[in-house]
Design a protein around this ligand. Structure first.
Ligand code: AMP
Length: 285
């Protein structure tokens, strides 16, 4: 079924999507792609804004991908509001909004596993086994369906971005990955669909994450050791909030190696749980 929304086409089937984006049909026009899990916020919209500037056709997908959620994770609690997302996507100039069902994306039991290497064993990959297998599976399917010239990903999910860049490079996928800076609330909290699941008190506490990362940054500039920097970040979060730390880590970026490489950036990243809500954030130094 197709709904017109101020020029935007909403597509629910892979057949319709591939027909619309057929290379012969698109007449040499550049296609920019923004994959999301919906419950859109300004972070997602900043990806669209950049895609809008650099492409003639902008495609967004909204799909809460079960393959990237482990048992006991928040798949059911993941916030959803397709009607509002549709309005927001249209308002920022998305041309094609792809909203498939789970059955549409995974019509059969999957027999193939895509496994990233050690780059997926650190940070979120360490506490969410199989998470990035699920991410790569859906990303490859979406890339094959959309066939985008440029694909836009947020640095907020820095590990995801590094794994996808590696995947694209190693398998000669024809899309170019574009990195987009993290969009934040005025108090510094990184915008996230999950923020809505915080209680009022947790929401008040959550900006400690970004403040702690900035303390880490100044300690880094003062040439403190990696372990001191990590302690400073963790101590601040633990002393100033009820957040429970999953990890605070300093890695070379984008290789995500613990050995700092002179030709790479330094990533300071953390994951903190407020009740059942797991928030991640990072800065690249
Ligand atoms: P999600 O819907 O959370 O899977 O995110 C979809 C895309 O939006 C991913 O590439 C994210 O990295 C990106 N994204 C999420 N939050 C932000 C943010 N606060 N700023 C910039 N990009 C973001």
């Amino acid at each position: 079924m197709e709904i017109e929304n101020s020029g935007m086409i909403v597509v629910k089937t892979t057949a319709k999507l591939t027909a619309l984006l057929d290379r012969n049909q698109r007449d040499g026009k550049q296609v920019g792609f923004v994959p999301t899990m919906g419950y859109l916020h300004e972070g997602h919209l900043s990806l669209v804004n950049q895609a809008r500037q650099e492409n003639e056709i902008v495609v967004m997908s909204i799909f809460v991908n079960p393959a990237q959620f482990g048992p006991g994770e928040d798949l059911d609690a993941y916030p959803r509001d397709v009607d509002n997302d549709t309005k927001l996507a249209a308002s920022v100039g998305v041309d094609i909004l792809f909203i498939p069902s789970v059955e549409e994306m995974y019509p059969q039991r999957s027999e193939t596993v895509i496994k990233p290497g050690p780059i997926a064993n650190v940070l979120c990959g360490a506490s969410r086994p199989g998470h990035f297998d699920g991410v790569l599976k859906v990303v490859l399917k979406l890339f094959n369906l959309v066939d985008p010239d440029h694909s836009y990903f947020g640095l907020k999910d820095a590990q995801q971005l590094a794994i996808i860049e590696t995947f694209v490079r190693e398998f000669n996928l024809r899309t170019t990955i574009v990195r987009v800076q993290t969009c934040r609330e005025s108090d510094g909290l990184a915008k996230s669909s999950r923020n809505v699941n915080l209680t009022l008190i947790q929401r008040e506490e959550a900006p400690v994450i970004y403040k702690a990362l900035q303390l880490g940054l100044s300690a880094y500039k003062k040439k403190n050791s990696n372990s001191t920097i990590k302690k400073i970040v963790a101590n601040y979060i633990e002393s100033e909030s009820s957040g429970v730390i999953d990890y605070v880590q300093l890695l070379s970026y984008p290789s995500l190696s613990t050995e700092m490489k002179t030709d790479e950036d330094v990533l300071l990243a953390c994951a903190v749980k407020f009740g059942n809500v797991r928030l991640i954030d990072n800065i690249i130094m």
